[in-house]
Ligand binder design. Structure first.
Ligand SMILES: Cc1cc2nc3c(=O)[nH]c(=O)nc-3n(C[C@H](O)[C@H](O)[C@H](O)COP(=O)(O)O)c2cc1C
Length: 198
């Protein structure tokens, strides 16, 4: 692969996908139809706890993040697994039609799952939008904006005298003097070459 960062040129947004008992940050969301049957698609990594939950549940919600969102939401939902922490204890949510949405969202949609398509690493979940509302006039955070501002958003600092290395693809931070040669980002799986010294 000559330059995986080319994928950043496809415009995406920043969202919190939630379903009963969990959820995670996603950028891979697309509107696939409008009109009487508005459909959206969201791609979820199989390794994520959210993937199992999405397979078990029939409803999910997408909360759209604005540019002024509290970065703790991104850290909590994007760099942690519900297998290890209760994300809903750290971030305020409101239940709508049986699914939790993030309070600090510029708007949300509630979807009824209509299909799930598996490939090797991801499942593409397709949902019919059954409810949607706009809650604030904050400008939406695009994935490109996140990429450009992730260091300040995530406040990358050195810890205990160790060097911080930031994954230029997703923003995950590895602390250590050197990134090991065989290291793979636990979030997006890219190798050492995609980490930049802070
Ligand atoms: C900027 C950003 C974008 C992400 N986009 C996706 C995505 O589109 N699909 C996905 O499955 N995971 C995505 N992730 C990774 C998940 O949010 C992350 O692996 C999370 O910790 C999974 O939590 P879970 O195990 O509770 O499901 C993204 C993370 C970040 C930081």
């Amino acid at each position: 692969m000559k330059n995986i960062k080319l994928l950043d040129k496809i415009s995406q947004g920043m969202y919190v996908l939630t379903t009963e008992n969990g959820g995670c940050i996603v950028d891979a969301v697309s509107q696939i139809s409008f009109g009487d049957t508005p459909l959206i698609a969201v791609s979820v990594m199989k390794k994520n706890n959210t993937n199992t939950l999405m397979k078990d549940n029939t409803r999910f919600a997408i909360s759209i993040l604005g540019k002024s969102v509290n970065p703790e939401i991104i850290k909590t939902f994007g760099f942690n697994s519900m297998r290890d922490i209760n994300k809903f204890e750290k971030i305020e949510t409101t239940e709508i039609d049986g699914v939790k949405i993030i309070n600090e969202t510029l708007g949300y949609m509630i979807c009824e799952k209509v299909d799930a398509i598996d490939n090797d690493t991801h499942t593409l979940f397709i949902g019919k939008v059954v409810e949607a509302d706009l809650l604030s006039d904050d400008e939406e955070m695009t994935y490109a904006y996140y990429q450009e501002h992730k260091e300040e958003l995530l406040k990358v600092t050195t810890e205990k005298g160790q060097t911080a290395w930031i994954c230029t693809v997703c923003g995950y931070i590895y602390y250590g003097d050197e990134v090991p040669d065989d290291y793979k980002c636990p979030i997006c799986k890219v190798g050492k070459e995609m980490f930049k010294k802070k």
